[in-house]
Write a protein that binds this ligand. Structure first.
Ligand SMILES: Nc1ncnc2c1ncn2[C@@H]1O[C@H](COP(=O)(O)OP(=O)(O)OP(=O)(O)O)[C@@H](O)[C@H]1O
Ligand SMILES: [Mg+2]
Length: 270
């Protein structure tokens, strides 16, 4: 079955914390208001999922999240006949449910999905806004509140897995990156409970480590790892240990690269 992180929203619950870093909230609102799909690209742990969860809650829409993988088929999204007590019963997939309920369908790491998935997305992401369900013979017209959001990490892309221009050019697109230091301090402090002045050196360190990306590292330290690190420190773990477990070990297995990272750490934090 498709991994699904269910329903989100409800006017009585506060949206999950999200610190805007640019015009992304306004863009999302415009995209939704004008029935346009949105593509979000950015490195791991920079806030893409949190942003979508936050916006779904703010707009009070049910959210259907699908983590795409290379076995994901169109039927995983649209639905299939399942055997139930001797009968075959049609069961909507997450995309179909999002269309029927007028919610948001969020396809995470969409480039991983198989090519037949894009065939399903095309009529849904242009001005037709249609979802054909071949197996049931239905042709669903997406209600105005339905929105499709997809995301991927361009850093991992290989040529075989990139989106076709005819797919990309059906979406508005926004690039996420790690926020400016002041904002990242604010986010890490809010998420971990560690005082902002104690978060500051961690963010400066992350910026130095991010500068090593490409030479030795596939990806720079994410905001997510900074939150982990600050959480350990807030709970009383000594700085050097928290840095090792949260900011060094998750990045690499190579002893030389690790040693280089630790040099950067001791040059900055002593
Ligand atoms: N702007 C932000 N506001 C609030 N929290 C943020 C923000 N950016 C990052 N975070 C923090 O970073 C963590 C990771 O973010 P998130 O899970 O959204 O990353 P992602 O971009 O979806 O990564 P991946 O590509 O690996 O799925 C969040 O759990 C949150 O603690
Ligand atoms: Mg994510």
């Amino acid at each position: 079955m498709v991994p699904l992180t269910g329903h989100c929203g409800g006017a009585d619950t506060a949206p999950p914390y999200y610190r805007p870093v640019g015009g992304e909230c306004a863009l999302f609102e415009q995209a939704h208001a004008h029935r346009l799909p949105l593509l979000i690209k950015g490195p791991t742990g920079c806030g893409k999922t949190r942003f979508v969860t936050h916006m779904a809650s703010r707009l009070d829409l049910p959210l259907f999240t699908v983590s795409c993988h290379d076995d994901l088929t169109a039927a995983d999204l649209t639905g299939r006949y399942l055997l139930q007590g001797g009968e075959t019963v049609w069961t909507d997939g997450p995309l179909t449910r999002a269309v029927r309920q007028g919610g948001i369908c969020y396809l995470d790491e969409v480039v991983e999905a198989r090519k037949d998935v894009t065939v399903v997305l095309h009529p849904l992401t242009d001005d037709r806004r249609l979802l054909p369900l071949e197996r049931t013979g239905e042709l669903l017209q997406a209600p105005d509140s339905f929105m499709l959001v997809v995301s991927y990490n361009p850093g991992y892309q290989n040529i075989l897995k990139s989106l076709k221009p005819s797919t990309r050019q059906r979406f508005l697109a926004i690039e996420f990156n790690f926020p400016d230091p002041d904002i990242e301090v604010e986010i890490v402090a809010a998420e971990s409970g560690l005082a902002p002045e104690r978060c500051k050196p961690l963010i400066l360190l992350a910026r130095r480590l991010r500068a090593l990306k490409g030479q030795d590292l596939e990806e720079g330290v994410s905001t997510r790892l900074l939150v982990y690190c600050a959480t350990l420190i807030a709970a009383g773990m000594p700085l050097d240990q928290a840095v090792r477990y949260a900011l060094i070990e998750p990045l690499t297995d190579e002893p030389e690269v690790k040693a280089g990272l630790l040099d950067t750490v001791s040059a900055l934090l002593g």
